[in-house]
Ligand binder design. Structure first.
Ligand code: NAD
Ligand code: ZN
Length: 363
């Protein structure tokens, strides 16, 4: 098992290993206390994994409730969020009770936001079950729901009391969900860890690797979390350094929106990283091996790097990005594998970068 201590304003420990679902109860007892525990999960994950978590919580002395919502990003919205709050209130949860987010990033974001706001904040423990949630969304304390006007528009910074990433859960992801999580894995290596990038080029993180070598998968997940930890510790509230984690996201988010969220987040990040790297290489900000290696690494992880969307569709979607400030937008530019810089560019320049990155004709 790997443990990673995250030293944010409220510090917490991340555990990465196997057979951790059974230990959620004792961990909650240690880090959160309280009398009641509410597992928040979705209709895919609940039937697979809620039982061992429920049992462990009961053995640790908790009265346990389970709130299950219909799986999918479409339900990361105000209606579901309010239902969680009502569910807790009807059962007389207090500020000293605990919420357990059992599922992917949608569950973690929504349960986290409910915990951040229920009675002005109660403890929650993240039990990520998708690869994306393990390597990215469960760590760092950002939590949010979507509004009609866009993704993640209402949210909070609220650190979990602990994170338990049970690698065994990855076995039930389908290949596309697994690959989707790898978008963030390639991103972490590309912004901060050239050795990890080389390791992923030699041995991609795939469902086959999970079947053959669980300890290696565990180590790769832990290294990813450690990269996120280091960035989040530098800049918990995303004033500057944390923006590095947005590599591939300015274009990626725009592709995601212009695709009407039919493509997974990690897949759009892969498209975004490749596009911005191609544009950076064209401008001389990095050499051409950078986009080539990123594109090849994404493909080796089963990720597409091309988009059918047009320049105008992507640029229009980018105008709605919450990371835009008036007429400028922050873009993460790769300098070499393992090192990026954050640049503030005008929207006109951003449009040129998209055009260059996706190879649009008649820019
Ligand atoms: N807070 C952050 O810092 C942060 C970072 C990145 C992404 N996100 C958010 O995370 C979300 C995407 O996360 P996601 O891809 O995990 O989405 P998700 O939670 O919808 O999970 C994807 C699908 O996999 C299923 N699933 C999850 N674990 C499973 C398992 N072990 N076995 C079988 N099926 C399983 C889910 O039911 C769902 O159908 C987005 O809403 C995004 O905005 C947040
Ligand atoms: Zn992301």
């Amino acid at each position: 098992m790997h443990t990673i201590d995250v030293n944010t304003g409220r510090p917490y420990r991340v555990h990465v290993g196997t057979f951790l679902l059974e230990r959620v109860g004792e961990t909650c007892r240690e880090v959160a206390g309280g009398e009641r525990a509410c597992i928040v999960t979705d209709t895919n994950v609940g039937p697979l994994y809620a039982n061992p978590v429920r049992q462990g919580l009961a053995e640790a002395g908790y009265e346990v409730d389970i709130f299950t919502f219909e799986a999918g990003e479409a339900n990361k919205r105000a209606g579901t969020y309010i239902s969680i709050l009502e569910f807790l209130a009807e059962r007389a949860y207090t500020r000293s009770d605990v919420v357990v987010a059992l599922g992917g990033g949608v569950t973690g974001d929504m349960a986290g936001f409910a915990a951040a706001t229920y009675m002005r904040g109660c403890a929650y423990v993240q039990v990520p079950t998708s690869l994306l949630a393990m390597v990215d969304s469960s760590v760092g304390g950002k939590c949010a729901i979507d509004l009609s006007s866009g993704k993640n528009l209402a949210g909070a910074f609220w650190q979990p009391a602990a994170v338990l990433a049970d690698i065994g859960c990855l076995a039930t992801l389908d290949d596309a969900q697994f690959a989707d999580g790898c978008g963030e894995v390639v991103k972490h290596a590309a912004i901060a860890d050239p050795d990890l990038f080389c390791a992923l080029e030699r041995t991609p993180l795939t469902p086959e690797l999970l079947r053959e070598n669980v300890p290696l998968v565990e180590e790769l997940v832990a290294r990813n979390i450690d990269i996120k930890r280091a960035v989040v510790e530098m800049d918990e509230r995303e004033t500057q350094a944390r923006k590095l984690l947005n590599f591939g996201h300015s274009i990626g988010h725009a592709v995601e929106a212009s695709e009407n969220y039919r493509l997974g987040h990690g897949t759009c990040v892969a498209i975004g990283m490749t596009a911005i790297s191609r544009a950076a290489a064209a401008l001389g900000a990095c050499d051409t091996t950078v986009p080539e290696r990123i594109e090849t690494a994404c493909a080796a992880h089963g990720l597409t790097t091309r988009t059918e969307r047009t320049l105008d569709e992507i640029f229009d979607a980018a105008l709605h990005d919450k990371k835009r400030h008036g007429d400028t937008i922050d873009v993460v530019i790769p300098r070499r594998i393992g090192a990026c810089s954050i640049e503030t560019v005008s929207l006109a320049t951003f449009r040129d970068l998209i055009a260059e990155g996706i190879g649009a004709k008649g820019k």
